[in-house]
Design a binder for this molecule. Structure first.
Ligand code: NAD
Ligand code: ZN
Length: 662
């Protein structure tokens, strides 16, 4: 007996620690499957000893604590978790409980998107607040970050006095894979899955970072839906669509739990076909009167349950550990695995991230391991099965020399990554070209890593600028390159010359300089030449350009190799200026004053928005001022504008003017 209580205490401690890692730090240490198993064990023990259930047990509480950096938001109605069903038996049990109250019931089954709940508040049709779930009653205010998510409407199609919407903020699989790859390149820690990546991106003090991470949103719930004359979940989904929200289209209605079970099992096999990670399905009672009658427990609604797909973990053997040298010289250890099917494809490689991770998990060459796909896309070793060791396993050591160019390899202060120190490392050059042609950079279709390798091997190119000198005759003899694909490739290369300054800056692969930074630099300087000439101080004066980025820019543009490379691009006719005047000139000849502290933009940014559109960002209010954009705590300028009868706009209203541009 005593044993049970000790175990209960140990499980609570372990789950609380996992909650903290997961909800507060966005860096879980155990898998969801492991977490769910511990939770089930605790639930079973607590059911056996009902008197032991304390209100603060992890079985009774939602989520984690609210981090102190954020403004707290009290939710109108608590945001709850969902009970889990792991098999047909659990679903039948749920159905039995529902039918104890109602003989007839309609279920709506939706995909369970693996993201985080985001609560949105609209007042008079405008989005005024975004918040996380937090501990269910109190969440974190993340309005500025939420505004950077494209699929969240800032204005409702049909304004109403007040609307509280809930839904899932998530990161698509492709963005997740790209983000982790970039972070690995930069020697930063990677996210365990898209949910934690989405949470880490939305729970950010700097909304610029949120904007860089491609996030999306599916709306699925409304508070006070009854007041809008909506009677069930299907009505709500339709209403949300009408209001401009993105609703996941995959929902289905059933009347019989056996049909639901069949659908769940079917979807478990199809879970990989979506561009976002799903970890199960959510089964909801459709009718709101029924929902209300069924009510809630402390932690979850009684009218819904989530069916969790079985975790897809597979055992295999680490045959070898090899190193991949990235664009910035980071050596990423990769496990060569005995090929096994995992989550819809055959896996024979898994990233091991870095040496620390290998040591922490004690992964040795020859080990039997459990693997899965993080976020349904990135193969990863979860843990070693030490009981299967034969004693023949070998430790992995980082080499002192780069495996591709034999230059010294060093670990920099404070970084987990080891880097090849040579700038002429062929691997770095190859990866640099792969980056140069990638989608957010010069976007040259048909130029995959294999073709790039062929071009390098045939000595047709040495760097990305050489691509512009390729001819039809160069390409056609290449293996697997038909006439048609050679023509298409040449056209894609030629087209990329017009991509413009912002993607070009990103394409250069300067450390710490992402897509968004490319845009800011392009807008600020207008031409590559001006950017090249910018000094440290000038760069540091730009909002959003931190010291790390400024330094690497100065260093990059100070190199002779950079100068040669840029000269080659210029000669090839690659466009090196930004179309600053490409915007419709809606503010032409207007003098506009910005005052107070803004939420949506940095001061320099909004001034750029005005200038790009032909306006003048003036510093003082006069009779000639066309209008004033006022943020929080606007002072004398606001008073003066009011005295002179000059229009004062909120940030939202200003943004709407930009939206109306065609
Ligand atoms: N690995 C770890 O260390 C660790 C730690 C804590 C929690 N977890 C994971 O988190 C789970 C618990 O998290 P939880 O409380 O958020 O519950 P949950 O994720 O199992 O389910 C509730 C959530 O589902 C989401 N959701 C997605 N699509 C939805 C839809 N169509 N309708 C309604 N809701 C939808 C909502 O955000 C809702 O809050 C655990 O089961 C475990 O998998 C893991
Ligand atoms: Zn090297």
């Amino acid at each position: 007996m005593q044993d049970d209580f000790e175990r209960i205490a140990a499980l609570r401690k372990e789950l609380e620690e996992a909650n903290k890692q997961y909800y507060e730090l966005d860096q879980p240490r155990i898998t969801d499957g492991e977490y769910d198993a511990l939770m089930r064990e605790l639930l079973a023990l607590e059911a056996k000893h009902p008197d032991s259930v304390a209100p603060d047990s992890p079985t009774q509480r939602v989520g984690g604590a609210v981090a102190k950096e954020y403004t707290k938001v009290r939710h109108l109605e608590p945001l709850l978790s969902l009970d889990n069903a792991f098999d047909a038996g659990d679903l039948r049990e749920f159905d039995r409980r529902v039918r104890q109250v109602f003989a007839e019931v309609e279920y709506v089954v939706e995909l369970k998107i693996d993201g985080l709940t985001v609560a949105l508040t609209y007042v008079d049709g405008l989005m005024v607040r975004g918040a996380t779930r937090g501990d269910g009653s109190v969440g974190e205010e993340i309005t500025a970050n939420v505004k950077t998510v494209g699929s969240i409407p800032l204005r409702l199609n049909k304004p109403v006095a007040k609307l509280s919407v809930r839904g899932e903020g998530y990161m698509p699989k492709a963005s997740f894979a790209r983000l982790n790859q970039e972070r690995e390149e930069e020697g930063l820690s990677t996210f365990a899955n898209p949910r934690n990546a989405a949470a880490g991106s939305l729970r950010q003090l700097n909304s610029r970072i949120t904007a860089e991470r491609k996030l999306d949103y599916f709306a699925y719930q409304l508070l006070s839906a009854n007041e809008l004359g909506l009677n069930n979940q299907i009505d709500v989904l339709n209403y949300l669509k009408e209001q401009g929200f993105v609703v996941n289209p995959e929902y289905k209605v059933f009347h019989d739990i056996e049909e639901v079970i069949k659908y769940c099992e079917e979807m478990a096999g199809e879970r990989h076909r979506f561009p976002y990670d799903i970890d199960g399905l959510v089964i909801k009672v459709n009718d709101f009167d029924l929902q209300q009658e069924l009510g809630f427990t402390a932690k979850s609604p009684r009218w819904a349950i989530s069916y969790k797909f079985p975790a897809e973990q597979v055992e295999t053997v680490v045959e070898d550990i090899i190193l991949r040298v990235g664009r910035t010289g980071v050596l990423t250890p990769t496990a060569v695995l005995q090929a096994v099917p995992v989550a819809g494809s055959t896996v024979s490689r898994a990233t091991l991230h870095n040496l620390d991770n290998i040591r922490e998990k004690d992964i040795r060459i020859g080990d039997h391991v459990l693997i899965h796909k993080a976020g349904d896309v990135i193969p990863e070793v979860i843990r070693v099965l030490p009981e299967k060791r034969s004693g023949e396993e070998r430790f992995f050591e980082m080499p002192e020399l780069c495996p591709e160019c034999q230059s010294p390899v060093l670990r920099e202060e404070g970084e987990a990554a080891y880097r090849c120190q040579s700038i002429s490392c062929p691997a770095q050059q190859r990866e640099g070209i792969i980056h140069f042609v990638s989608r957010d950079a010069m976007a040259i279709d048909g130029l995959g890593p294999a073709v790039i390798q062929q071009l390098l091997d045939a000595d047709l190119i040495k760097d990305a600028a050489d691509l512009y000198a390729l001819s039809f005759e160069d390409l056609v003899p290449l293996e697997r390159m038909g006439q048609k694909s050679a023509e298409n490739l040449l056209k894609a290369i030629a087209d990329s010359k017009e991509r413009g300054l912002a993607p070009l800056i990103f394409a250069l692969g300067i450390r710490h300089t992402g897509v968004k930074a490319g845009k800011i630099l392009a807008q600020t300087f207008g031409s590559m030449e001006k950017l090249q000439g910018a000094g440290l101080e000038e760069l540091l004066a730009i909002p959003d350009i931190g010291p790390g980025m400024a330094e690497s820019l100065v260093q990059f543009f100070g190199m002779e190799s950079t100068e040669r490379f840029l000269a080659k691009l210029q000669e090839a006719g690659v466009k090196m200026t930004a179309d600053i005047s490409a915007r419709p000139q809606i503010f032409a000849g207007k003098s506009i004053v910005v005052t107070g502290s803004l939420e949506r933009w940095e001061r320099r940014e909004i001034e750029t928005l005005i200038e790009e559109r032909g306006g003048k960002a003036a510093s003082s209010v006069s009779k000639k001022t066309a209008f004033v954009v006022a943020g929080e705590k606007a002072g004398s300028k606001l008073v003066k504008a009011q005295d002179l009868g000059i229009a004062v706009l909120t940030e939202e209203e200003f943004e709407l003017m930009l939206k109306d541009e065609s």
